[in-house]
Write a protein that binds this ligand. Structure first.
Ligand code: IPM
Ligand code: MG
Length: 371
């Protein structure tokens, strides 16, 4: 197969983790006889520095002409504590989501037995956890009218949802649940918010079309608690934009590190794949960031491109690295490997050069205890 992939490195650790995925896609192409053509675009603080614009039109153009977009991370500390900044890196990502109409953000939460000890939660509570969050991504309070008065005494953010916006992602979530354990939990705040009541009304209507799926309804405050005390109860969680943003970060503690979790954003045209972690500026350029979030996002991309066997091999490679303690500093602060080394190991595995041909002594040389 031939596929055009748009690559946006973005900020902080974005370039180094995304490079691992680009190399991995090249290894996949060699092994399976595919051709991936990469086009590179700017976004975020990097784009502001180079062009003054967090999302140049050229980047949107590149993405619209691609089969899929691979994205690193966004954000820079120099904007975080400056409420008066006129342009912000995050505006780039929000505009890209809107331009590509990426209305469904899909964030799977799974655990790896070798990493259970990293989670602050008890192992018995997280064993076997496997759920997916469907977060609405182009509506709600993120995109409603925003106002602030000139004296800075009053500000507002409007939260608006239309039937169409709710229905399209709800269908996707129900269909996904049908392929899994057939349970869907709508997370909302229907005891307070009108938009949540609309979500609940529409999801209840759709339930009739998906008889095989058990739908339940949970207020977001309770869901925040349930994700910690009994995360195994969830299969597919469906929720609006801001609740999804918050509970998906919360859910990442189950996996033990934010560094492992991937995401896919689907819409009407191209789809975008990115790790859920941020730009982690303190680690940028040090070759210590965990590339697995990006690698697993690449697996989601391969699934999306109809390459299920290739995606399965990537996941197998990830499991192999974790099982053998080939891990980055966030997982093992003492005996850790560099980002690029993990990338090479995964590339070797996918290229069928591991584990047999891997020379442990060489890997040891690439291991660091000091940075
Ligand atoms: C995410 C991020 C973004 C969001 C930021 C960077 C705008 O937190 O993808 O979860 O809030 O959607
Ligand atoms: Mg977030």
């Amino acid at each position: 197969m031939k596929k055009n992939i748009a690559v946006i490195y973005g900020d902080g650790i974005g370039p180094e983790v995304t490079q691992v995925s680009v190399n991995l896609l090249n290894a996949i192409a060699r092994r399976f006889g595919h051709e991936f053509k990469f086009s590179y675009g700017l976004m975020g603080a990097d784009a502001i520095d180079k062009t003054g614009n967090p999302l140049p039109d050229e980047t949107i153009e590149i993405c619209l002409n691609s089969d899929a977009v691979l994205f690193g991370a966004i954000g820079h500390p120099k904007y975080d504590n400056d409420p008066s900044a006129k342009v912000r890196p995050e505006q780039g990502l929000l505009k890209l989501r809107k331009s590509l109409q990426l209305y469904a953000n899909i964030r799977p939460v799974t655990t790896y037995p070798s990493l259970h000890h990293l989670s602050p939660l008890k192992t018995k509570n997280i064993e076997g956890v496997d759920f997916t969050i469907f977060r609405e991504l182009t509506g709600g309070i993120y995109f409603g009218r925003k106002e602030v008065d000139s004296e800075y005494t009053l500000a507002s953010d409007e939260c608006v949802y239309s039937r169409e916006e709710i229905e399209r992602i709800a269908h996707l979530a129900f269909q996904h649940a049908q392929k899994r354990r057939k349970k869907l939990t709508l997370v909302d705040k229907a005891n307070v918010l009108e938009t949540s009541r609309l979500w609940r009304r529409i999801v209840k209507e759709l339930e009739q079309h998906y008889n095989d799926v058990f739908a339940e309804y949970m207020y977001v405050d309770n869901a925040a608690r349930q994700i910690i005390v009994n995360p195994r109860q969830f299969d597919v969680i469906l929720t609006e934009n801001m609740f999804g943003d918050i509970i998906s970060d919360e859910a990442s503690v189950i996996a033990g590190t934010l560094g492992l979790l991937p995401s896919a954003s689907l819409g009407k045209g191209a789809a975008l794949f990115e790790p859920i972690h941020g730009s982690y500026p303190q680690a940028a350029g040090k070759d210590i960031a965990n590339p697995i979030g990006s690698v697993l996002s690449t697996a989601l991309m391969l699934d999306y491109l109809g390459m299920a066997q290739e995606a399965a091999l990537v996941r197998e490679a990830v499991e192999w690295t974790l099982r053998n303690n080939f891990v980055t500093k966030d997982i093992d602060p003492v005996n850790f490997y560099f980002t690029s080394t993990i990338g090479e190991l995964i590339g070797d595995y996918v290229g069928n050069k591991a584990p047999g041909e891997i020379h442990m002594a060489n890997i040891e040389l690439r291991k660091s205890t000091i940075i």
